[in-house]
Design a protein around this ligand. Structure first.
Ligand SMILES: Cc1cc2nc3c(=O)[nH]c(=O)nc-3n(C[C@H](O)[C@H](O)[C@H](O)COP(=O)(O)OP(=O)(O)OC[C@H]3O[C@@H](n4cnc5c(N)ncnc54)[C@H](O)[C@@H]3O)c2cc1C
Length: 449
């Protein structure tokens, strides 16, 4: 008999609670341990940059394991069952998922394996505090971030878990990795070691000034750890264990807690992956996304609003976008184009290499005013003022929009005011922000009535 470890969004060896449990069980039962990863059926729907980022992460993990991974592609449950049959597996270990699709996936796997007499053991989570743990005194769940944080912080403090892979015998890896897409030209670096390295560099480079610089789109003032956290190349326990109490470290801890807050909210409200947390916003009048040329301009970074376009082009070229930019483009889609947040969320899901179902759906709903503890709908971001404030010299815009590189300084945020501003083919604004702001507030009045 063999034990199987099923890697999911926990693509690391160290500080992996479920892997630690599997290694202990393999040791005590004197059974060999196999490790597998399945590229699910939705893999082909991802953008080239997301596909390559996942392949790179999985390959790095495989290279770091004593005998490599067993790769499969296709239906996850059926693929795992076939590995189990090939290797005479009696128990499968995996990290428990708490998001909508992850929970459905693990149920389907458990059911199919159970039918074949194989058990699925779900252990731990990719969070410092397992979703569902933080409760009010009366056991009800928390809808507001600050009280959540005050309770959440009392649960953290566990030490990272050491996993001794050399203490068991491993089954040799097999199968083929999907080919890297040639449509993605960006060189992607991703691995458990790279995640730790990114963390160390951030500690030296920007953690001290994080509270001041984290909103500046033109600076590298944030950790860029979201890819590693989303793929599970690093566990938040590892990060929290090294955080002190300086202002930068305090704010960084709070940002990690936002990730955990949204995971908790999605766990308790799985329909909010693509459904409204505040149902009254479902009744709002939205414009159709079908054949909508303004939506295409938003997707490709051609709206004529430089900060919006720089952000959307950052997404397409790097698979990542600054948090401030995510808020600006989300507000623009919902409140200037009057398009439902889910259209934007699915575009992000396709392109973001740090895609996380809870942070994405609730980041969108926060901006669209329909989420839990959300920014009020009537707070409409002015894209030009946001540009001046969070990209004060215009460097971010010039980095991603070559057509505007001839404009020096902050004037790049209003190229339509300059005689030669649009000379290189950059478009004039596709809409008048102040008119669309009034329109979105009028639509809000309609649902209030
Ligand atoms: C519309 C929208 C969509 C988003 N979609 C995602 C997504 O799919 N995946 C994702 O990881 N984050 C998402 N975020 C949150 C945030 O933008 C990213 O986590 C952040 O930009 C990642 O960069 P970083 O690692 O340098 O962040 P840092 O500022 O260094 O923060 C450290 C970590 O804290 C967490 N974090 C920081 N800010 C937030 C936040 N507002 N909400 C939740 N977690 C946070 C992330 O795990 C991040 O890696 C979204 C935000 C918005 C407004």
């Amino acid at each position: 008999m063999t034990l199987l470890f099923w890697f999911r969004r926990d693509l690391r060896v160290q500080d992996n609670e479920a892997l630690s449990a599997a290694v202990s069980r393999a040791q005590s039962d004197k059974q060999p341990l196999a490790a597998g990863f399945v590229f699910g059926e939705d893999f082909q729907n991802l953008s080239p940059i997301r596909r390559n980022s996942l392949i790179t992460s999985v390959k790095s993990l495989s290279d770091s394991l004593p005998e490599g991974l067993i790769f499969r592609s296709g239906n996850v449950a059926a693929s795992l069952l076939s590995i189990c049959k090939d290797l005479d597996v009696s128990v499968v270990y995996a990290t428990r998922s708490f998001d909508t699709h992850g929970m459905l996936e693990q149920s389907a796997v458990a059911e199919l394996l159970y039918g074949a007499g194989i058990s699925l053991q779900l252990v731990g989570s990719n969070y410092a505090v397992q979703p569902g743990t933080v409760r009010k005194d009366d056991e009800s769940t928390l809808r507001v971030y600050t009280p959540f944080y005050k309770r959440w912080v009392q649960f953290i403090g566990q030490r990272p878990i050491e996993v001794k892979t050399e203490s068991v015998s491993w089954v040799a890896g097999s199968g083929e990795l999907p080919e890297l897409s040639q449509d993605c030209t960006m060189k992607i670096q991703a691995s458990e070691a790279y995640a730790l390295d990114t963390w160390r560099r951030f500690q030296k480079r920007a953690l001290r000034d994080y509270s001041e610089n984290r909103n500046r789109t033109d600076l590298s003032g944030t950790s860029h750890l979201s890819h590693a956290l989303a793929h599970g190349e690093i566990h938040p326990r590892t990060l929290l264990a090294e955080l002190g109490d300086s202002p930068g470290e305090e704010v960084f801890r709070k940002e990690l807690a936002w990730r955990e807050f949204y995971a908790d909210v999605l766990f308790h409200n799985p329909h909010t992956y693509d459904g409204y947390y505040e149902p009254r916003f479902e009744k709002m009048r939205y414009d159709s996304a079908e054949n909508n040329s303004k939506l295409e301009a938003w997707k490709t970074g051609n709206t004529g609003y430089p900060i919006v376009d720089a952000a959307m082009r950052q997404l397409l070229t790097t698979g990542w976008m600054h948090n401030r930019s995510r808020m600006i483009v989300a507000s623009f889609l919902v409140k200037d184009l009057h398009i439902e947040w889910q259209i934007g969320a699915r575009w992000f899901e396709k392109w973001l290499t740090d895609f996380d179902p809870a942070s994405n759906s609730h980041g969108w709903q926060w901006t669209a005013g329909c989420g839990t503890d959300a920014s009020p709908y009537y707070r409409v971001f002015n894209p030009t003022l946001q540009g001046y404030k969070f990209d004060p010299n215009g460097d971010y815009v010039r980095k991603y929009i070559p057509e505007l590189r001839h404009i020096a300084g902050a004037e790049v945020h209003e190229p339509w005011k300059l005689i030669d501003g649009l000379q290189n083919g950059y478009p004039a604004p596709i809409l008048d922000h102040s008119l669309e702001r009034d329109e979105s507030l009028a639509r809000l009045e309609e649902i209030k009535g």
